[in-house]
Design a protein around this ligand. Structure first.
Ligand SMILES: [Zn+2]
Length: 181
């Protein structure tokens, strides 16, 4: 019997599909062939060792950890798009103030009135500061809900506003430069 055939028999032995005749052939060859015997011993040792390995199950909280990571990634990306949207709204308010509202307020008294309302509002806020502090968790809760609604339903609108503001900004700068020339 050739050594290469014995190799096949060893594989059959290891996966338990060897016949009695084949087993006899294998054992006879092993008695005469040192190399094949060595290989047989080594392979059975390895298989025995593998079978004795404790079964490794994933840590019980693996799925939870993976999900947590996914959620963190998601909230990071939605936080980013929210920041873009908020920046767009601030930019919009800023340019509205600079280019649209301020040119109409040429009357200084009107400005003082507006500032007066501002101080009045600050005064009211000061008087109700305590209740604001008490209600702050509720307010933050509602803001978080609002944030989720904004992100889910109005994010594309906010991004659109940001884009429009950017375009308007460029246009206004061109117009202003044109008028100065
Ligand atoms: Zn051999």
């Amino acid at each position: 019997m050739e050594c290469s055939e014995v190799n096949n028999l060893i594989m059959k032995y290891l996966d338990g599909s060897i016949s009695e005749v084949e087993l006899k052939l294998l054992n006879r060859h092993r008695l005469n062939c040192w190399e094949c015997n060595e290989e047989f011993e080594m392979m059975t040792e390895i298989i025995k060792y593998i079978n004795e390995l404790p079964e490794i199950s994933p840590p019980y909280d693996l799925e939870e950890k993976v999900m947590k990571r996914i959620r963190m990634k998601r909230s990071a990306s939605s936080m980013f798009s929210m920041l873009v949207g908020v920046a767009g709204m601030f930019a919009f308010a800023y340019y509205m103030t600079i280019f649209v509202i301020l040119p109409y307020i040429q009357d200084i008294n009107l400005l003082q009135k507006i500032l007066g309302y501002g101080y009045f509002a600050l005064d009211v806020v000061g008087k109700h500061l305590m209740s604001i502090v008490v209600n702050l968790p509720i307010i933050i809760d509602n803001l978080l809900v609002l944030r989720n609604i904004l992100i889910k339903d109005y994010m594309h609108i906010m991004l659109f506003v940001a884009a429009v503001v950017a375009v308007l900004n460029l246009g206004l700068i061109r117009i202003i430069n044109f008028q100065q020339e």
